[in-house]
Design a protein. Sequence first.
Length: 240
Amino acid sequence: MSSDIKGTLTKIKGGSVQNRLAAIGALFSLASDDDIREEIRNMGGIGTLVGCLEDNSDPRIPRQACGALLNMANDDQCREEIRDYGGVELMLKLIENQFKDATSVEYATGALLNLSSDDDTREMVREADGARILARCLSDAPSEESRRNSVGAIAQLCFDQEFTKQLVSGDALKHIVECLNSSDEETRNRTSGCIWNLSVTADETREALAREGCLESLVNLLQKSEDVNEDPETVGNCVM
C-alpha cells in the first residue's frame, strides 16, 4: 500500500487537473481507514493536501483536498499536523472564497469541527477571524450540513473566552439561537449543546443570550419535544 500512496501523492503534485483530482479523491476514500491514514501522514500526505488548499488552478482541487483533510482530521496526530501546516487558516479562507459552493463549505466546516477540540486550534481560529466566518455559515449557510458543522465547531471553540467575546460583539449569538428552530434534529442537538457551553463561559454571555430570546426558544423547543421524539441529549441541554 505504501508504494500506491507514494504514487498517488506524486500525481497530486503534478499532472493534469483531472489526474490530480482523481489522486486526491483516492486519498479522500483511503483516509477513512485508520491504518492507511497513518501511512498517508507518515509519507507527508498532510502537507501535500494542505498545499492544495491554496491551489488556484481549479476550485475543485482545494474542495477535494479539504474533503480528504476532513477524513484525516479524525486522528490526533493528523490534527496536529494539519494545524502546524496552516490548514486551519486555509480552511477558513476556503469558506470565504468558495462560500457559494455548498460542498466546499461542508468539507471545511466539517474539518474544523474535527479540529476544534484543542486550545491551540481555538486560538488559531480566533486569530483568523473564525468567529465572523462561522457566524456567516449560520446566518447564510449554503446547506444544512454546513450549518450543523458550524454550530458544532462553535460549541467547542467557545471555551476560548476571547473567541466567545468575538461572537458576542459580532452579533453571532442571534444566529446560534435561531438554529434551535432548525428542522434538522442533529442541528438542534448541537445548538442546545453550544448554548449550554456558552452559558457557562461568563455572566455577560448569558445576558447576551437572554437578549437574543434564548430562553424563549429553549422553552419552545422543550414544548415541541413533548410532541415529537426529540433526542434526550437535546432536551437535557435545554433544562440544565
